[in-house]
Ligand binder design. Structure first.
Ligand SMILES: Cc1cc2nc3c(=O)[nH]c(=O)nc-3n(C[C@H](O)[C@H](O)[C@H](O)COP(=O)(O)OP(=O)(O)OC[C@H]3O[C@@H](n4cnc5c(N)ncnc54)[C@H](O)[C@@H]3O)c2cc1C
Ligand SMILES: [Zn+2]
Ligand SMILES: [Zn+2]
Length: 132
């Protein structure tokens, strides 16, 4: 499918990221009338209520070490464990997907009778792009 998104505000950026994440083969183009860096993009300050809503629905994750949030396109429950791969050079944040790691984490929490609230693991390192 070919999709044109008009407007690089938060709504357009988030829609484009979500769609591309779920349909990687689709051609998604985003058009912004203003020059690059002229818009706030995600630079708006969300209220705590807005952020709580996004977090509870697994749509954003908080990266504690950076005091920042990232949009999540992986379509999982808000309570699922998340493993971040954070590049120390370029700052790119990837999310390790695949259930192998998270299944182990969930099982060990369960066996300890522990209910994790913000199960996030951050792994710092160098991304494949910076290593090349
Ligand atoms: C002064 C001010 C302060 C604010 N402070 C906050 C805050 O602290 N926290 C908060 O959560 N919200 C704040 N808001 C609200 C926030 O900015 C909006 O809720 C948010 O920007 C809406 O996002 P959007 O993507 O729907 O629209 P927009 O951010 O308006 O994005 C629409 C984009 O589409 C582009 N566009 C429009 N027509 C075309 C076209 N024909 N071709 C190409 N591009 C086009 C525009 O240039 C624009 O970049 C503030 C708003 C204002 C005005
Ligand atoms: Zn996620
Ligand atoms: Zn990097």
């Amino acid at each position: 499918m070919r999709i044109a998104v008009v407007g690089g505000g938060p709504a357009g950026l988030y829609f484009a990221a979500l769609w591309k994440g779920r349909h990687p083969r689709d051609d998604v183009r985003l058009f912004e009338q203003n020059r690059a860096d002229a818009t706030f993009g995600f630079g708006v300050v969300f209220s705590d209520r807005a952020l709580d809503f996004l977090r509870e629905n697994g749509l954003v994750h908080r990266i504690e070490s950076r005091n920042a949030f990232v949009a999540c396109v992986h379509h999982h429950a808000g309570s699922d464990p998340v493993v971040f791969l954070i590049c120390e050079r370029c700052g790119t944040v990837g999310e390790a997907t695949g259930s192998a790691v998270t299944d182990v984490l969930k099982a060990s929490c369960r066996s300890a009778g522990f209910v994790p609230k913000s199960p996030v693991i951050e792994i710092a390192g160098i991304c494949s792009h910076c290593r090349a």
